[in-house]
Design a protein around this ligand. Structure first.
Ligand code: GLY
Length: 420
């Protein structure tokens, strides 16, 4: 009821076409309405959200210091996970290589911690050779999440040069007939596989287009987003994981999963990548169809009967054994970060709900169930993520991308609600 009254008041400040009489006033009243409505949906909680965020960021900062210290002993390596009592590392070519450097940049900047920023600089350099990789689509994750923050924070041309070279490598994976960037190199099963995760590379291409004035990377990004929008989604706006295209006709020849429980299931992290991808593409382009798609995905997810009350998804919304199936903290962290952004871009009636769900997710992830104690699990921040359950690896472990998007979500939310 409270939500309805607030949203009616909010609507009264806007003209019929959605434009507001005063952008400044709208901005302020929209945000405060979101806050109040969100508090109404959330119910009373003991710890104010601003304190949850501060506590969680302080823990994340401490954990990142611990992990950075142990990475000194692993020259040229990047952290991947902590499994069976051991820190597992990878090299620059792993899709996760950029997340820990990115987490260091975000936390170093937030805490004005010059030692952490120096560590971020050292560890980011380990990812540099990825700029020449042409056998993977993951260059957005690898380079934009590491070098992207480095360039944003320092403005140094070295970082931009690496990003430019990396974007050129990524663009070699474009096929105009298909209208998409290829995700994995072909195998017998798939001619031209494109996975929903690939939406996450598009921010990198939009950024490069803006920085260099070259329109092509942005054109590729929008065409890829359009092709994915046409072919990846089901009637209920859940997404397939893998769509493979016939390279002669350019049309899909297979719709499958690799990491979900079956071809028609809703693999949780894939749904979060899709939500994040279309929300981000709306921010980049202001194209209404991307906002519509983001809303539809958000609606599918937040209304899902098998999304638990604490809002941390099972690893697949159709996983066998629910409610005893494994949860995936990474899917929750990515979804929370996307919902926070969507709540700010979407001026429609469900914006408050997007924010309330994200807050609930961050509260849950910041509880003792998910947030590691200081010094635990080699300095990884969150527990209980799932990398690849059908493959039997990284099940119920910490993961660098869960930590990265958790920190990003905390910082995004703090910006909205204010530091104090
Ligand atoms: N991009 C791979 C994953 O989400 O597991």
């Amino acid at each position: 009821m409270k939500l309805k009254v607030l949203l009616t008041l909010l609507a009264a400040t806007c003209s019929l076409d959605g434009n507001c009489t005063s952008q400044k006033f709208f901005h302020t009243s929209h945000e405060s309405a979101l806050r109040q409505a969100s508090a109404g949906l959330q119910g009373e909680t003991d710890e104010p959200m601003s304190e949850v965020i501060e506590r969680a960021l302080t823990r994340a900062h401490r954990q990142a210091q611990i992990l950075a210290d142990s990475m000194e002993r692993h020259q040229k390596r990047l952290p991947k996970t902590f499994e069976r009592g051991r820190l597992r590392t990878c090299d620059y070519g792993d899709w996760v290589s950029g997340f820990f450097p990115g987490t260091l940049w975000m936390l170093g900047e937030h805490f004005a911690d010059t030692a952490m920023l120096s560590e971020a600089r050292r560890i980011t350099a380990r990812v540099e050779p990825a700029k020449r990789l042409k056998n993977t689509h993951d260059l957005g994750f690898m380079l934009n999440c590491s070098f992207g923050h480095a360039y944003r924070i320092t403005g140094e041309t070295y970082y931009l040069d690496v990003l430019r070279e990396g974007a050129q490598s990524l663009l070699t994976r474009w096929n105009g007939r298909v209208g998409a960037l290829k995700s994995w190199n072909t195998n017998r099963r798939w001619q031209y596989p494109v996975i929903i995760d690939n939406m996450m590379n598009l921010e990198f291409l939009c950024f490069i287009a803006r920085e260099t004035g070259d329109k092509w990377p942005r054109k590729v990004a929008t065409k890829h987003a359009n092709t994915t929008l046409r072919n990846h989604f089901r009637r209920d706006y859940s997404t397939y994981h893998v769509v493979s295209y016939d390279t002669i006709t350019g049309r899909p020849h297979a719709k499958n999963t690799a990491q979900g429980c079956n071809d028609s299931s809703a693999w949780a992290r894939g749904q979060s990548w899709g939500l994040y991808g279309y929300t981000m593409m709306y921010r980049q382009t202001h194209k209404a169809k991307y906002l519509r798609q983001a809303r539809r995905i958000a609606s599918f997810l937040v209304s899902h009967p098998r999304l638990p009350a604490d809002k941390v998804p099972y690893w697949d919304y159709d996983a066998p054994g629910i409610p005893n199936a494994k949860r995936d903290a990474s899917a929750a962290a990515i979804m929370a970060s996307a919902l926070i952004e969507l709540s700010q871009l979407d001026k429609g009636p469900r914006a408050a709900e997007w924010l309330a769900v994200a807050e609930k997710q961050l509260r849950t992830l910041s509880s003792s169930t998910y947030l590691a104690e200081e010094g635990e699990q080699a300095g990884f921040i969150l527990r209980h993520s799932v990398g690849h359950l059908p493959g039997g690896w990284e099940v119920d472990v910490p993961l660098t991308y869960a930590d990265y998007y958790y920190v990003e979500a905390l910082l995004r939310l703090q910006k909205i609600i204010g530091a104090h």
